[in-house]
Ligand binder design. Structure first.
Ligand SMILES: *Cc1c(COP(=O)(O)O)cnc(C)c1O
Length: 420
């Protein structure tokens, strides 16, 4: 079955209740019916709903569906994209370990990995994901993962994916790709040998900025990479927190299962069933929307490129963009989402443009059906010292646009006025 059809049907059997729309199981707990059934669920002799902090039938349908759309084996939905990023890391690394993270990632991922995780004994090394030339030298015996974004927010940088995967695999290190901006419609990381995908479903998957959520998805065959791999004792040795369970012995996708049974159990970043339902609605139209976002962004990028007050435009979908060969190599039909950056003279000019637009909303979000304008240097990246901004690909005069589903001509007219 193709991806588009899976996005509409995977995970839900309409014959169960005869409802076209997936039911929302707004419940905290489940009636096991018998003591034996309850014991079997807790002993993992069978999998099924126990308590909504761990699982829920509506969320389960969303997980099955997004796993299908990403061509993965299993998924775990979380309360936010950030908790998905956090769980994907904690599932592999503990105090004393190190992780390797692209220097071009979401600002929140940078603060989490370089500052907050350090307080818990996990150290972070950054690498240049565009070339990946420095990656191999950074890997040591305590390295647990390589993390990068397929289309980075806000730089819209595309990594040297084949090289990253080749190096990480040679060292038996797990690769994690944040696929939020590209979406599974434009790029399917697992088909390129990446081990784990994470998403902020708050963005394009939701599509209308109505709910926060995240998900992590594991590749078919990831179990084999983890089992017997000396880098990952947590999957191969008894888990004392689960009466000596050894994940490697289980007949299930163990990456998402362990994230559920340990981190979801203990940290409780659980999605609400209603939000899972919203993400199911979003997935059903994702393939149509992301094409329109991409088409609109392409037109806006072309316009900006021709404007005398615009110093540069970064939109990988433009034929003359320095990353266009990577879009052609990895992404569907040359499309590169609704996210684009352009640069004007300086900090003040950029802020004035934000204040002069009418259709664009000054919002720190992306992937909404409504167009958004952001000045990273004064908002999402204001915790980054000004002299380090360039290192993470953000300049004082950089403006990020998340192009929505309005008519592109209206957006161009709005920007044209704002540029003056
Ligand atoms: C927004 C975003 C996140 C964080 O997701 P939340 O749902 O806001 O917690 C992580 N990665 C990327 C690329 C994002 O754009």
């Amino acid at each position: 079955m193709t991806q588009e059809t899976q996005a509409l049907h995977a995970g839900y059997d309409k014959n169960d209740f005869g409802t076209m729309s997936v039911p929302i199981y707004q419940t905290t707990a489940y009636d096991f019916g018998s003591a034996d059934k309850a014991a079997n669920l807790f002993a993992l002799k069978e999998l099924g709903p126990i308590y909504t902090r761990l699982n829920n039938p509506t969320t389960d349908i969303f997980e099955t569906r997004i796993a299908a759309v990403e061509n993965g084996e299993a998924a775990l939905a979380t309360a936010s994209g950030h908790s998905a990023v956090l769980f994907s890391i904690l599932n592999l690394a503990s105090a004393g370990d190190n992780i390797i993270v692209s220097s071009k990632v979401y600002g929140g991922t940078t603060t989490l990995t370089t500052h907050t995780l350090k307080r818990f004994g996990i150290t972070c090394k950054n690498f240049d994901s565009s070339s990946a030339d420095d990656l191999e030298n950074l890997i040591d015996e305590n390295t647990k993962l390589v993390f990068f974004e397929s289309l980075s927010n806000p730089q819209v940088a595309i990594p040297n994916i084949d090289k990253i995967v080749e190096i990480a695999n040679r060292h038996g290190v797990v690769t994690i790709c944040d696929n939020t901006v590209a979406t599974p419609i434009l790029f399917q990381p697992l088909n390129h040998g990446i081990d784990v995908v994470v998403h902020s479903t708050s963005k394009y998957i939701n599509g209308q900025g109505t709910a926060l959520g995240g998900v992590l998805i594991q590749r078919v065959g990831l179990n084999e990479k983890l089992i017997g791999n000396a880098r990952y004792p947590d999957f191969n040795e008894p888990d004392e927190s689960y009466h000596g369970l050894i994940y490697a012995d289980l007949p299930f996708p163990i990456f998402t299962l362990r994230a559920r049974l340990t981190f979801m159990r203990d940290f409780g970043a659980t999605p609400s069933p209603f939000n899972s339902w919203l993400f199911i609605q979003g997935l059903e139209t994702l393939h149509v929307r992301i094409k329109e976002h991409s088409k609109n962004a392409y037109k806006v990028a072309k316009f900006l490129k021709s404007h005398p007050k615009v110093k540069s435009v970064t939109y990988p979908g433009l034929e003359d963009d320095s990353q266009n060969h990577l879009v052609k190599k990895y992404f569907k039909d040359g499309m590169s989402s609704g996210l684009l950056n352009f640069e004007v003279e300086d900090f003040e000019t950029a802020k004035n443009i934000l204040d002069s637009t009418e259709i664009f909303s000054v919002v720190v979000n992306i992937g909404d059906s409504k167009s958004i304008i952001t000045h990273p240097a004064s908002t999402t990246h204001n915790q980054v010292p000004i002299e380090e901004l360039e290192k993470v690909g953000v300049n004082p005069g950089s403006i990020r646009l998340s192009i929505g589903l309005e008519n592109a001509d209206d957006l161009i007219e709005d920007l044209n006025k704002a540029l003056g």
